[in-house]
Design a protein around this ligand. Structure first.
Ligand SMILES: CC(=O)OC[C@H](N)C(=O)O
Length: 319
C-alpha cells in the first residue's frame, strides 16, 4: 500500500456513502440547483456594497470615465442574480405555503423591484450609521476609515440590506446575508431586528442581536454584547413572539453586557455597564453597573438571594 486508492475498492467506498443518500433525512437534498446558493448570495452582498457605497468598493467593471455605466452593469447583474435566488428561495422554503396564484417567478420579480426601490432609504440610514461611528469614536480618523475598515459598519450595512428582504418575506436569503457578515466579523444581527438610525457598533466582535429586538436612534454597542432571548426551551412555539429586548434612543451598552427577554425595555439615555446581566426593564436616564445592580441569584447551596451584586468569591448564576 502506497497511500493511493485501490481502484477495485473505490466503487465499494462510493456505494457505501451514496446508498445512504435515500432522501429521507433532512440533511439529504441531493439536487443542488433547486435551492438558494450560499456562494451566490455572498457575491450578491459584495456587489450590493458597491452600490450602497458607490466608489468605495471597486470591481473589475468599474471605469472611472463612465461610472454610471459601471453601476448600471452592476445593478443589472444584482437584479438578475437576486431574482434567481429569490425565485429559488420562494420555491424551496416549506414554511412559505401561502403564495397567491401569481407564479413564484412573478412574485420574485415584484419583490426584487420593491427591494431596489428601497435602496435610497437603506442608504439614508447607512449614512447616519457612518456619522454615528465618526461622532462616537475618537479613534476614527476619517469617514473613509470607517467605511473601509469597521466591522460594525459592515455588519450593520448587511443587516440593513437583509432587513428589506426580510420585510418582503423572502425566506432564507436574508439569513444567508447576515450570517455571511457574521462569519466575517463575529457580529450576528438577525435580519428581523428593527434598528433605527445612527446605530454604532464599536470594536465589533462577539455581538448577538436577536430577531425581535427593537433598537432606537443613536444607540451605541461595544464588543461582546448580547441583546437576546431569555429562554428558548419553547423552540418553534416561540416563533413570531417578541423574545428580545427593546432598547430606547440614546442608550450605550458597554462590553460584555447581556440584555435578555422580550418584555425587557431599556429606557432612553440609559448606560448599561460592562459585563452586566439584565433580565428586567431599566428606566430612562439610569446608569447600570455591576456595582449598583440588584440581582436575584442562587448560591451553590441552592439558596435564593436578592441583593446588590458585588464582587464575591461565591459563584452564582442568575435565574
Ligand atoms: C439572540 C437570541 O437570544 O436568540 C435565541 C433564539 N435564537 C431566538 O431567536 O429566540
Amino acid at each position: 500500500m502506497n497511500g493511493i486508492i485501490v481502484e477495485a475498492e473505490i466503487e465499494n467506498i462510493v456505494d457505501t456513502v451514496i446508498s445512504d443518500f435515500d432522501g429521507d433525512k433532512t440533511i439529504d437534498a441531493v439536487n443542488i440547483f433547486n435551492k438558494p446558493d450560499k456562494a451566490e448570495v455572498t457575491i450578491l452582498v459584495e456587489n450590493l456594497l458597491r452600490i450602497i457605497y458607490p466608489g468605495y468598493f471597486r470591481d473589475r467593471t468599474y471605469k472611472i470615465y463612465n461610472p454610471n455605466n459601471s453601476f448600471a452593469i452592476t445593478i443589472e447583474d444584482i437584479f438578475y442574480h437576486l431574482n434567481k435566488q429569490v425565485t429559488l428561495a420562494l420555491d424551496f422554503c416549506k414554511r412559505r405555503g401561502t403564495l397567491t396564484e401569481e407564479s413564484r417567478a412573478e412574485e420574485s420579480y415584484r419583490i426584487c423591484k420593491e427591494f431596489f426601490s428601497q435602496i435610497p432609504k437603506v442608504r439614508e440610514f447607512i449614512e447616519t450609521d457612518v456619522l454615528a461611528a465618526f461622532d462616537g469614536d475618537p479613534a476614527a480618523g476619517c469617514f473613509e476609515e470607517i467605511i473601509l475598515a469597521y466591522p460594525g459598519l459592515f455588519a450593520t450595512t448587511v443587516y440593513r440590506i437583509a432587513h428589506e428582504l426580510y420585510k418582503l418575506q423572502v425566506p432564507v436569503l436574508p439569513r444567508l446575508m447576515t450570517e455571511y457578515a457574521h462569519s466575517q466579523t463575529g457580529i450576528d444581527i438577525h435580519p428581523g431586528a428593527t434598528i433605527d438610525k445612527f446605530f454604532f457598533i464599536d470594536h465589533g466582535t462577539g455581538i448577538v442581536i436577536g430577531e425581535t429586538a427593537v433598537i432606537g436612534k443613536n444607540v451605541k454597542v461595544y464588543q461582546g454584547v448580547t441583546i437576546g432571548a431569555l429562554s428558548t426551551r419553547g423552540g418553534q412555539k416561540l416563533s413570531g413572539k417578541k423574545r428580545h429586548p427593546t432598547i430606547c434612543d440614546n442608550v450605550t451598552i458597554y462590553a460584555g453586557a447581556s440584555i435578555l427577554g422580550g418584555d425587557t425595555v431599556i429606557g432612553e439615555n440609559t448606560v448599561i455597564g460592562g459585563n452586566t446581566f439584565i433580565t428586567r426593564s431599566i428606566g430612562a436616564n439610569t446608569v447600570v453597573s455591576m456595582k449598583n445592580l440588584e440581582m436575584e441569584y442562587r448560591t451553590n447551596n441552592n439558596e435564593l438571594k436578592t441583593e446588590e451584586v458585588v464582587q464575591s468569591d461565591e459563584w452564582y448564576y442568575i435565574i
